[in-house]
Design a binder for this molecule. Structure first.
Ligand code: PMP
Length: 361
């Protein structure tokens, strides 16, 4: 067996220990005589898996008791719609901060349901920074403030949590959740597609403050798209993505063994600092993002000569470093270095980059 270092932005690398455990338990989950995939979601075996995952995530993130955790489907993209459908609560509109491709998608979806006030945008600098708190033109009457703490494509991460006073803060944490400690009590709602830092695709985690779960939804909101449907049923109104939920639970236990989110933050900081230092220390590689807003999770970079991109990718692949191509909308390279990317993987990339530069710089 040869495992590569996979720098995919998502679906992304998972901890090898987790995959090994899933393999071990594949045919017979702990004496049940069946795979988790074959279990009734309402049976006592799966219920225990579901409850453990919920408890572990609560412990890892320090989620206060007045927040509900939902294990849903539809990806972060469905949350672009569910958030306005459920959180407008009769108000005219919401504030959105535009820091790149994913913010824009959230904004265009929200516009279907209400008025969007773009409280700040960094489009003028090609989305290479996050706006400062003082630059946010927030509307005190907004139903909520939505932002993207980490833009997966641009590699831009907010270095602070926006202050929104009494207006609930909503965060698309798809590509930063679990990478470092977060004060959940600052948020009204957090959502994340699982396929980066949580587990397999097909699962979406939503953490929502109880008082924001109401029946006051936009007219015509389907039952399945109401948080109020999923909360009382513990995300089991219909059949949840059971296997993805189980695997996410294994990842949560792996994270606890790694020292929780504080432990992960140390490792993630080290990985990111090393990679950015390698990029900044060379005239051959370049990252355009303002240093204080550089993502710990997604590191885009360009080569001095883009004609070498294809060679770089082909040689990297031969060296066991895969999925380094930048997003089709921006080109260049992107190394996603989520929790499950080991430090050796980042070091192998840095060594390869130095060698490639020596031969082609
Ligand atoms: N938001 C962010 C920040 C993302 O990175 C992505 C996926 N790359 C999405 C939303 C969309 O997620 P999904 O594919 O789960 O709908």
């Amino acid at each position: 067996m040869t495992r590569v270092f996979n720098f995919s932005a998502g679906p992304a690398v998972l901890p090898e220990e987790v995959l090994a455990q899933a393999k071990e338990e594949m045919l017979d989950w702990r004496g049940s005589g069946m795979s988790v995939m074959e279990m009734s979601h309402r049976g006592k075996e799966f219920m225990s898996i579901a409850e453990q995952a919920d408890a572990d995530l609560r412990e890892l993130m320090g989620i206060p008791a007045n927040y509900k955790v939902l294990f849903l489907q539809g990806g972060a993209s469905l949350q672009f719609a569910m958030v306005p459908m459920n959180l407008l609560r009769g108000k005219a509109g919401a504030d959105y901060v535009n820091t790149g491709a994913w913010s824009k998608k959230a904004i265009s979806e929200a516009k279907r349901y209400g008025k969007v006030n773009v409280a700040a945008t960094t489009e003028a600098n090609k989305f290479t920074s996050a706006p400062a708190q003082a630059e946010l033109a927030l509307d005190p009457a907004a139903a909520y403030v939505h932002y993207t703490p980490n833009e997966t494509i641009g590699g831009v991460e907010f270095p602070y949590v926006p202050e929104t006073d009494d207006v609930p803060l909503v965060a698309d944490m798809s590509s930063t959740i679990l990478s470092r400690p977060v004060d959940v009590s600052r948020y009204g709602l957090i959502y994340a597609g699982a396929q980066k830092n949580i587990g397999p695709a097909g699962l979406t985690v939503v953490i929502v403050r109880e008082d924001l779960v109401t029946e006051q939804v936009v007219d015509g909101t389907p039952v399945m798209l109401r948080y109020a449907t999923h909360v009382p049923d513990g995300s089991m109104y219909n059949t949840p993505p059971t296997y993805a939920w189980y695997l996410a639970g294994l990842v949560f236990q792996w994270l606890k063994k790694k020292g929780g989110l504080a432990g992960m933050a140390e490792i993630n900081r080290r990985k990111a600092e090393r990679l950015y230092a390698a990029i900044d220390g060379s005239p051959f590689y370049k990252n355009p993002v303002e240093p204080s807003c550089r993502s710990w999770m997604n590191v885009p970079f360009t080569l001095a000569n883009p004609d070498l991109d294809a060679t770089f990718l082909a040689e990297a692949k031969k060296a066991g470093l895969v999925t380094l191509k930048g997003h089709r909308s921006v080109g260049g390279m992107r190394a996603s270095i989520y929790n499950a990317m080991p430090e050796e993987g980042v070091q192998a990339l840095i060594d390869f980059m130095a060698d490639f530069e020596k031969r082609n710089g």
